[in-house]
Ligand binder design. Structure first.
Ligand SMILES: [Zn+2]
Length: 140
């Protein structure tokens, strides 16, 4: 999940993601999926956000048992969507997909305390933020 910064501010100008921008996001995701060998996943792409999460730029919802994932790009951004932002969002979500077997499995079982969930999320994002710059080189 990549959070949108600047939404809900006083400017309140939003940019509607164009078909070309969305197509570019999907193409970047597919390129990274291929490069990382995540071809065993069945992925559906959406230019809508589930649950109307409008402060989120992009999101992956993986189901590791079935190797099925939903990747969403928010149709509205707080500013014009640049190629750099599109690449970043794609790399961020594909890193989450790469780690999902580990991160999702660690949340199975009994009731997981919220502080443990937060720690896992923090550790996952620390790994994602280290991997994203490496993946961005693959897209350049
Ligand atoms: Zn994230």
């Amino acid at each position: 999940m990549l959070t949108v910064h600047g939404k809900g501010n006083s400017m309140n100008q939003t940019h509607k993601v164009t078909k070309d921008e969305y197509a570019m996001f999907v193409a970047y995701c597919k390129t990274l999926i291929r490069k990382l060998g995540l071809n065993d996943w069945h992925i559906a792409f959406f230019n809508t956000m589930p649950n109307g999460d409008d402060d989120i730029a992009s999101l992956v919802i993986p189901c590791v048992q079935g190797k099925i994932a939903q990747i969403s790009l928010n149709p509205e951004w707080p500013e014009a969507v640049t190629d750099e932002m599109t690449r970043y969002a794609a790399a961020h979500e594909i890193c989450h997909l790469l780690l999902s077997d580990i991160t999702t499995s660690s949340l199975y079982g009994e009731e997981i305390p919220s502080h443990v969930r937060r720690n896992i999320d923090r550790a996952e994002h620390a790994a994602v933020n280290r991997l994203v710059p490496l993946l961005l080189k693959e897209l350049s």
